[in-house]
Write a protein that binds this ligand. Structure first.
Ligand code: GLN
Ligand code: ZN
Length: 776
């Protein structure tokens, strides 16, 4: 029996983000297409050679993308909406980028404005395709669009071209395709009358053609990604899978299909999955380790199993001996492929670049390259016996043991504190209805109070100063003085234009999660640990490796300084525990909710210190609470329970007269409205401008009792809304909620905006609030 190694996909951005640089240079007109193509080809060649050299048997191709593999699939099948002016034939690079980013040139060539870490939006005047999160990752794909009478035709031969390109370099690859059923499921239609079965019927011939061409080019295996297999599927959905693979299995008899499911277990789709007419099936045994036995029992003998035993979604080194013990009996009975749980797209590339990391923490980590080494070691142990890799196995066990017992991870005081959390710590003293009067008295705000979400423009100058300070070319004292001046100016200006609850502007923060992570114990940061978020944009998530505590106050100094400049209430600004968790790589040796509770206790202390310093209003942002929702509905309740509890731990230690705000920068609330109610914040600010307040319906239907600041203008575009536009939105809000509930604020923080439009928009916003007050 043989054991081989696959990767399912490798990060495409390059170890030093070479693709990002090349793309942005091309987009800005600084370099030409040939230069971009050359960088891309160079990256592909290196990636293939590297994987081969590391011991990968099934090296993937077509996992490379200039922007997004879902968009590549739309191009492959010719699903190009009419507005892009494509009239058939091969989809060229400019059409492709127009779909990805909209027409160029808007906003100084920066088509996507985003309000911060992870939450992405497009400028409204750019007709790019819609973008949304790929399953429960922070990778964003471009949503395929289908219209009435949609037809498909092979319109890009990228997958065949890249197979041949690798072949010419002596690498026989296993091309990756996004499977037709998942592709259709991720798409949407504006017309609402497209039937998925009809679409699939129209789509399958294109996939069949692709398989025939790959076969002719010499491919023997093709990887078909169908991660929809881990979602809640209906009978109809499962019938579509059967229909698709019935057809594709016959399209090119010489090509074997490896069907991959990842990001979870197959659950009730398991019977269907193991019986589809494909040659191989990949399982995510990191998210669903318990499914191995059921699959072994049910899968036909000749089905090749690809076992995702190394975590493709996290950065921890695997415990190889433990995995081996599990695999040895399996490998005796059948051919298996060892793989990461999912494509390595979601991990940073190479730990070897992280020379500045804490040595111990570093010894517990594995990035994409190291994960491949782990798979190669496992395969060798199974093929040739453990003795053949005794060294690497011993090193893995030693690292696992060291990590289990390291004092860097385990902090007795944190554990004791966590144990002492009781129900009282998750409850405010009084109910909202009774807190409200106390807060009104303490704050003395007008009706329709105005505020902002926290950050003010992070100008070129602010970024330059931060970079200079980071490099050591600007002294601490100079940097501090610079930030004080920025803050003071911003506070004075907010007073001048008549905002009611002020903010200090967040100039000292690089990122709303990193700023806190850097001051908490239990986190480390990488230098090159970039992971693609969308297109050329990458994020570098903090690594939460140990028990979390707060050595000292993190924001009180800046808050005190800012409050000292004004008589008006200054909001304390914090990032909530769930958001810190959801935007980090989280330790895998304790449950997520436990790590989250630790962060919650640390932020709770910060809340208490802000209150002690005199803050009457404290905002705890939970920008990423919703995106942590599990893929299956059955798991939502558990997640929401602990997420809400964590928020309440942070927010409930204050006096009833202290007003707790939260902010969520998105607008899909229907699924989580009850959880939002349970958070028991006094005020929530949300994104509503683009939906024209429609989503307030969810709050009205739920009889949401507390106060709400529905965003009255979209901060993702430089457009300055007129006063009447905002009074109109406020009128719409009033028709759904009672006037005493309403605050007036923008959709989100203003850090990506420039000062001129920010000034103009906020002046109008204050005027709109005044008008609405007079009417009331
Ligand atoms: N307080 C943060 C800011 O204003 C919130 C950002 C966010 O919600 N993404 O930037
Ligand atoms: Zn926001």
């Amino acid at each position: 029996m043989s054991v081989t190694v696959a990767t399912l996909g490798f990060p495409r951005i390059g170890p030093r983000r070479e693709l990002k640089t090349a793309l942005e240079s091309y987009w800005s007109g600084k370099s030409d297409r040939a230069a971009l193509l050359a960088v891309a080809a160079g990256l592909r060649a290196k990636t293939w050679a590297r994987q081969k050299e590391l011991g990968v048997d099934h090296v993937p191709s077509n996992d490379f993308s200039f922007y997004d593999h879902v968009l590549d699939t739309s191009a492959m099948v010719g699903a190009i909406p009419g507005i892009y002016g494509w009239t058939g034939g091969p989809v060229d690079l400019d059409t492709y980028f127009a779909m990805a980013r909209g027409a160029q040139g808007a906003e100084g060539g920066e088509a996507h404005a985003d309000c911060g870490h992870g939450c992405t939006h497009k400028a409204v005047d750019v007709p790019a395709a819609e973008m949304t999160k790929w399953f429960d990752t922070n990778y964003h794909y471009l949503v395929p669009e289908f219209s009435t009478g949609q037809s498909f035709a092979l319109s890009s031969t990228k997958v065949v071209d890249e197979f041949l390109e690798a072949k010419a370099q002596g690498v026989h690859t296993r091309p990756v395709l996004l499977g037709p059923v998942t592709f259709l499921r991720l798409g949407k239609s504006h017309t609402g009358d497209v039937n998925r079965e009809e679409l699939l019927r129209a789509l399958l011939p294109v996939y069949e053609e692709v398989l025939r061409r790959l076969s002719a080019a010499g491919a023997d295996w093709v990887q078909m990604d169908e991660p929809c297999l881990v979602l809640d599927l209906t009978h109809e959905d499962r019938a579509l899978l059967a229909m698709a693979y019935e057809a594709l299995g016959k399209a090119a008899p010489a090509v074997k299909l490896m069907l991959t499911a990842y990001f979870g277990g197959l659950g009730e789709n398991l019977d269907e999955a193991v019986n589809l007419p494909v040659a191989g099936l990949h399982l995510d045994l990191v998210r669903a380790p318990e499914e191995l036995e059921a699959v072994l029992a049910k899968a036909p003998k000749e089905l090749v199993l690809s076992l995702g035993v190394v975590d493709g979604r996290n950065v921890w080194r695997a415990d190889l001996e433990t995995i081996l013990a599990r695999l040895e009996p399996v490998a005796k009975g059948r051919d298996i492929v060892l793989a990461p749980s999912c494509s390595l797209l979601h991990t940073p590339i190479d730990l070897a670049q992280e020379t500045a990391l804490d040595e111990d923490v570093r010894s517990w980590l594995a990035f994409a390259v190291q994960k491949i080494e782990e798979l190669a070691t496992l395969a060798r142990a199974l093929n040739e016996g453990r003795a053949s890799v005794a060294g690497p196995l011993a090193a893995s066990s030693a690292a696992a043991a060291a990590r289990r017992t390291s004092p860097k991870i385990h902090d007795g005081a944190v554990a004791a504190r966590l144990k002492a959390v009781d129900a009282a710590m998750t409850r405010r003293n009084l109910a909202f209805a009774d807190r409200r009067g106390l807060q009104a008295e303490a704050l003395g705000l007008p009706a329709f109070p105005t505020t902002t979400i926290g950050s003010f423009p992070q100008t070129e100058e602010v970024r330059r100063a931060r970079a200079a300070h980071g490099k050591g070319t600007m002294t601490d004292a100079d940097y501090e003085a610079f930030l004080r001046e920025e803050t003071a100016r911003t506070v004075r200006w907010q007073e001048e234009i008549g905002l009611d609850v002020l903010v200090h502007g967040e100039f000292e923060r690089n990122d709303m999660v990193q700023y806190f992570g850097e001051q908490l114990s239990g986190f480390v940061f990488t230098k090159h640990g970039w992971v693609q978020s969308y297109g050329s944009r990458c994020v570098r998530p903090p690594i939460l490796f140990g028990d979390v505590s707060r050595p000292k106050p993190m924001t009180v100094g800046w808050w005190t300084y800012a409050q000292g400049l004004t008589e008006r209430p200054m909001k304390g600004m914090l990032t909530g525990p769930v958001t810190i968790l959801n935007w980090s790589f989280v330790r895998d040796d304790v449950p997520r909710e436990l790590a989250c509770r630790q962060v919650a206790l640390a932020i709770r202390d910060e809340v208490a210190d802000l209150e002690k310093a005199g803050a009457k209003v404290i905002q705890i942002d939970e920008a990423a609470l919703r995106e942590g929702l599990p893929l299956r509905r059955g798991d939502w309740e558990h997640y929401l329970d602990w997420a809400v509890e964590c928020f309440r731990i942070t927010a409930s230690g204050v006096a009833d007269a202290t007003q707790i705000h939260t902010h969520m920068c998105y607008s899909e609330f229907n699924d989580i409205i009850a959880a939002i109610g349970d958070m028991d914040a006094d005020v929530i600010s949300i994104e509503t401008a683009r939906s024209r307040m429609e989503l307030l319906g969810a709050f009205a239907d739920y009889s949401y009792p507390a106060e709400i600041g529905p965003g009255v203008y979209d901060i993702h575009s430089p457009r300055v809304p007129a006063v009447e536009e905002m009074t109109g939105l406020l009128a719409a809000a009033r028709s759904r909620l009672s006037p005493e509930q309403l605050w007036v604020n923008p959709d989100c923080g203003l850090k990506t905006r420039k000062w001129p439009e920010t000034r103009a928009a906020l002046v109008n916003m204050v005027a709109a609030a005044k008008q609405v007050r007079e009417l009331a």
